[in-house]
Design a protein around this ligand. Structure first.
Ligand code: 5GP
Ligand code: MG
Length: 179
């Protein structure tokens, strides 16, 4: 079994690059069919989704645009409150068909926050695409339009996903050995 060491932890192969590429193609095909003529704007949530977004975007064959956002976390003036702002969104969203691109939806808290922020911009339609989804960890209720794969509640790295900033560069996805 192929394993890698990232910092202090060991990971074993979980999803091969080949399987990932097939999954990305399926998502692209659905988006091409669903959003033909709508000139969607893809909003990529950095950092994790950058590799998925690049592969997906190459397989999209309809008129579209892409932009990138980041969620900045910082401690507010209240000692315990954390304020997260969506940064980097310069495009006009109003009246547009938007697709949010995420690497993984786990608890759903990040995406829930992103959706709420985007509502202020009055998009005509907001769809969500995620490569990976952990149904056992999900705590929210929003609809996910495009799910590449459902996975168990294990910590994974590779293909954009990091452990402590590392391992984003692997073309395969690995899951943690033990815990
Ligand atoms: P959520 O807010 O849905 O719980 O988590 C979303 C974010 O947490 C993802 O965008 C990702 O950055 C990170 N995350 C969730 N699960 C994993 C995982 O298994 N591995 C890594 N590397 N990051 C994860
Ligand atoms: Mg992410």
């Amino acid at each position: 079994m192929k394993t890698i060491k990232v910092r202090d932890k060991e990971f074993s192969i979980s999803i091969t690059a080949e399987k990932i590429q097939k999954t990305v193609s399926k998502i692209a095909e659905k988006i091409n069919n669903d959003l033909h003529g709508k000139v969607p704007l893809f909003i990529v949530v950095l950092n994790g989704a950058f590799i998925f977004a690049a592969d997906l975007f190459k397989k999209i064959n309809i008129d579209c645009e892409v932009t990138f956002v980041k969620l900045s976390s910082y401690v507010g003036t209240q000692t315990t409150s954390t304020v997260r702002e969506l940064i980097g969104l310069d495009e006009a969203i109003k009246g547009r068909s938007v697709v949010i691109i995420e690497d993984i939806i786990d608890t759903g808290i990040t995406m829930d926050h992103t959706i709420k922020k985007l509502k202020h911009f009055k998009a005509a339609d907001v769809k969500i695409a995620t490569l990976l989804f952990k149904p056992d960890a999900f705590q929210k209720h929003f609809k996910i339009d495009y799910i590449g794969m459902e996975i168990p509640n294990d910590f994974i790295v590779g293909y954009g996903l990091d452990y402590d900033g590392f391992a984003r560069n692997y073309p395969d996805i690995y899951k943690i050995v033990g815990n």
